[in-house]
Design a protein around this ligand. Structure first.
Ligand code: ACO
Length: 401
């Protein structure tokens, strides 16, 4: 028996932690989560208070700068972001290379990754001014890029940003407006959408944020790092879960079918899981799901619509939370469980759901990336492995195999 660690000179303490369930990868002053208590704080402020009283621009400022802005600081920040909402005209030709039926997340990965080819003057990460400009560009351009991905998929012309509107109002107009008509932003919908952006703004070292940090740790430019985050977010176990959750609710349909799906979720031989349920960190109700659930009715009232899937979702939650399987495993609804119902009511196709998540999370990614780059102790991320392959052996010629 060969001790492979000695063979390859691996000595000293070594932790093996698949999925990093108990390994901190960094220090961060942005977001605090107490998963047992269901607490989420941004720079110390509870997410419920921010969702109720703040707006996405203010939360973005808070995440980037560490403190809530004064009125003048907020006005200045909002103005600065609005000055960057346009994208390079040549970028719009980029879209035309994609098939119309391409998933908008595939388009997002490509287009955001390509930003570094358009904005060379903000890719020097050693320069704090360039870092700041790149951060503002990413936050400002993401709604434009996301709306263009939607417009391209439905075959409608792109709309230029209207900087008189709010960040969120402008995004809604670029998505649902058409050049021939005035687009009226419905305040309750704008508020709900803005709140959804706040709820998704940051969430400490989740998979996509860790991806952004890992990519950034090698010195990659910020546009490339955010594109890496978007790719990671796309997975159904992460940002893709809101799309999967609504598809699941549609599949379940009526409340009488719920018990069948609950049994499937409990069956270890069945890969089916309740999408929008469970979380790596929350072993209690996800505080974002609470806000999301209450926002559903606000949007229904504003749009004068009702969706029977909301009743199905409420009933599913009730049944699951009284089932010993979900109780013992501490599986509660997460942020994605109710968000799809709201986004569907507003008019977004399911394929756009993760795009909206990426739009909002860009603020967190950018803030985390800046925090990492500004840290003098920052090192390239380079995990080790537990080698399980063969011991050293001699090459055998092909005629002897
Ligand atoms: N439905 C049924 N069973 C579940 C679910 C679920 N949604 N989630 C976890 N479990 C079970 C697992 O089968 C496992 O059971 P076991 O211990 O008997 O093997 C146990 O609960 C623990 O699950 P893990 O997958 O080990 O937990 P982990 O922390 O790695 O995963 C995750 C968390 C990926 C979120 C998981 O709960 C899941 O797949 N949920 C559905 C997808 C989802 O909603 N993702 C969104 C997350 S929030 C976000 O990204 C914004």
């Amino acid at each position: 028996v060969v001790d492979i660690r000695k063979l390859y000179g691996q000595t000293g303490m070594f932790t093996y932690d698949p999925g990093f369930t108990s390994t901190a990868s960094c220090e961060s002053g942005l977001t605090y989560i107490d998963g047992e208590e269901g607490v989420l704080l941004h720079r110390g402020y509870p997410i419920g208070q921010l969702a109720e009283n703040s707006n996405f621009m203010e939360v973005s400022y808070l995440l980037l700068n560490g403190e809530l802005p004064s009125a003048a600081e907020l006005e200045n920040f909002t103005y600065t972001i609005s000055r960057h909402t346009m994208v390079h005209e040549q970028l719009s030709t980029f879209y035309r290379g994609f098939r119309r039926d391409a998933h908008p997340m595939a388009i997002m990965c490509g287009v955001v990754g390509a930003l570094s080819a358009f904005y060379h003057d903000s890719t020097d990460i050693a320069d704090p001014v360039q870092r700041k400009i790149a951060s503002h560009r990413l936050i400002a351009k993401m709604p434009t890029i996301a709306a263009m991905a939607y417009k391209y998929s439905v075959g409608q012309p792109f709309l230029y940003p209207d900087n008189k509107l709010s960040y969120t109002g402008n995004f809604l107009r670029m998505t649902f407006g058409v050049p021939a008509e005035e687009y009226e932003v419905i305040p309750a919908v704008e508020k709900a959408m803005d709140r959804i952006f706040i709820l998704h703004a940051d969430h400490e070292q989740n998979a996509s944020t860790s991806t952004v940090r890992l990519a950034g740790s090698s010195g990659a430019n910020p546009f490339a790092c955010i594109a890496a985050g978007i790719a990671c977010l796309w997975g159904p176990a992460h940002g893709g879960a809101n799309e999967a959750a609504l598809n699941m609710l549609k599949e379940i349909g009526t409340p009488d079918k719920i018990p069948h799906y609950i049994e499937r979720a409990k069956d270890k031989n069945d890969p089916f899981r309740l999408m929008g349920f469970g979380h790596r960190v929350y072993k209690n109700y996800d505080p974002r799901a609470t806000v999301m659930q209450s926002t559903v009715r606000e949007v229904f009232d504003a749009l004068k619509v009702n969706d029977p899937l909301f009743e199905t979702a409420l009933r599913l939650e009730e049944i699951a939370l009284n089932d010993p399987y979900f109780v013992e495993k501490k599986l509660f609804p997460n942020v994605d469980f109710y968000s799809g119902i709201i986004l569907n009511a507003i008019g977004f196709p399911t394929t756009m759901f993760t795009v909206l998540f990426a739009l909002a999370r860009t603020v967190g990614w950018v803030a985390q990336w800046n925090e990492m780059i500004s840290d003098p102790g920052q090192k390239i991320g380079r995990p080790r492995q537990l080698y399980t392959g063969p011991a050293a052996r001699d090459y055998v010629g092909i005629d002897k195999r």
